[in-house]
Ligand binder design. Structure first.
Ligand SMILES: Cc1cc2nc3c(=O)[nH]c(=O)nc-3n(C[C@H](O)[C@H](O)[C@H](O)COP(=O)(O)OP(=O)(O)OC[C@H]3O[C@@H](n4cnc5c(N)ncnc54)[C@H](O)[C@@H]3O)c2cc1C
Length: 388
């Protein structure tokens, strides 16, 4: 730990600039129009595998860039920092860790090279259900083995990018909860090909932001037995294994949002003249922006520490969770400071602030609510009694 630095290497700085430059080819009007139409960024997303960015975490032997969590974090942060929305493609980065760590050699050889080139998209992650929410072990979707197949039945809620993805990582119960020792046993992960999967109905949900989110209905959907990832019944542990990566990457989405808000607010506060001077000269406008900037910088330190611990193969749970919480809160505060600085224009679509504000809000709630991050810190970091 003593040699851990928080400055980026030359290569990481170059990556940051390159991602930002690529993203700048997609101007605010592009994202605004998609938001208005609730459409997926079909032109932007393929640029990322083309540049090797979405394959950052895939090892070279499977056609990826073999980079670390810090690089993956930089990529997502810069997409949001540029004014775009990394939610269109961020899941691939944190889902594929489960396949890498627990998938069979055959699964890795079959899927990872194609995911690396962008030929296949693994953007859908099916965990949440209408009746279980944050309490994942209570999920009711079942996958029952019948010969060489599993038959899937149940409902999923808020599952994003299903219509834009070829593959989905699905968590389902393979052994009823009353037949297992621990409620975390008996859940299994499947890597399923959802292209034209019979028995899967997808109902798009119109959300506050453009997020390609859906309700799913599995009605005797049959998937090949080889779709199982790792051992049957161990799926919950596999998903938990991927949580630190998810937290670090989502924190990076938020940091990018926060930086965008601050730059936008500073620029506007410097040029908008009211009562004969730039509004940014007033402490009532300036201080919330300065405060949000400090919070973003502090959250960045925690995110960077978490990513570096992760890349060093050291435990990073507390840091990854704290980074997710701090970055989501800091981005939200930066969003409010940005809206306040813009006055009425903060609510006008053509300024993009209201769009980013809606997008940034999500990360206080999903993929895990900040309440549950506090519960994790209270219980696992500070040793206080369990609340649930
Ligand atoms: C736009 C969007 C996209 C999403 N995409 C996906 C996806 O792709 N895949 C997927 O699987 N899921 C996805 N989700 C679901 C998301 O992960 C869940 O919404 C989230 O995990 C919370 O579950 P819930 O909404 O059922 O809330 P609930 O679990 O019902 O919780 C409701 C509220 O109660 C609080 N609460 C519950 N228990 C406690 C407790 N013990 N202590 C303190 N507070 C508590 C929560 O923090 C929350 O504020 C998405 C959600 C959204 C909004």
């Amino acid at each position: 730990m003593s040699d851990m630095t928080f400055t980026l290497t030359d290569e990481q700085r170059a990556l940051k600039t390159a991602v930002y430059e690529l993203c700048k080819q997609y101007p605010p009007e592009y994202w605004r129009e998609l938001d208005a139409q609730r459409e997926y960024p079909e032109a932007f997303v393929p640029e990322l595998p083309k540049a090797g960015y979405l394959a950052a975490l895939i090892p070279p032997e499977y056609g990826g860039a073999g980079l670390g969590m810090m690089e993956a974090a930089i990529i997502l942060e810069e997409i949001n920092h540029s004014g775009g929305n990394a939610a269109a493609c961020h899941a691939q980065m944190y889902i594929m860790g489960t396949v890498l760590r627990h998938g069979s050699e055959a699964q890795k050889k079959l899927y990872l090279p194609k995911i690396a080139t962008g030929e296949l998209r693994l953007q859908a992650f099916g965990v949440t259900e209408p009746n279980s929410g944050s309490d994942t072990t209570k999920l009711q979707t079942t996958a029952i083995k019948k010969g060489d197949r599993y038959v899937v039945n149940g409902q999923k809620m808020f599952i994003s990018r299903v219509l834009q993805s070829d593959l989905m990582l699905l968590l389902a119960r393979t052994t009823p909860v009353d037949q297992v020792k621990k409620k975390t046993d008996g859940l299994s992960v499947f890597l399923i090909d959802i292209r034209g999967l019979k028995g899967l109905e997808v109902r798009p949900l119109r959300m506050m932001m453009n997020h390609s989110t859906n309700a799913l209905f599995f009605d005797n959907a049959e998937v090949p037995a080889e779709s199982l990832v790792g051992q049957e019944g161990k799926g919950f542990a596999y998903i938990l294994d991927g949580m630190n990566a998810e937290r670090i990457l989502v924190a990076s989405d938020s940091l990018g949002d926060g930086r965008w808000f601050i730059e936008k607010a500073v620029a506007y506060a410097g040029q908008r003249v009211i009562f004969g001077k730039p509004i940014g000269a007033n402490q009532g406008v300036q201080f919330p922006i300065a405060k949000a900037h400090m919070a973003i910088e502090a959250a960045d330190l925690m995110r960077t520490k978490a990513a570096k611990l992760f890349d060093a193969g050291l435990p990073s749970g507390p840091e990854a969770n704290m980074a997710k919480y701090l970055a989501a809160e800091a981005a939200w505060d930066a969003g409010n400071a940005c809206i306040d600085a813009h006055g009425g224009y903060g609510f006008a679509e053509e300024y993009d602030v209201e769009r980013k504000f809606r997008e940034a809000r999500l990360y206080k709630t999903a993929p895990i609510n900040n309440n549950l991050v506090m519960a994790y810190v209270g219980e696992h970091v500070l040793g206080m009694p369990r609340s649930y």
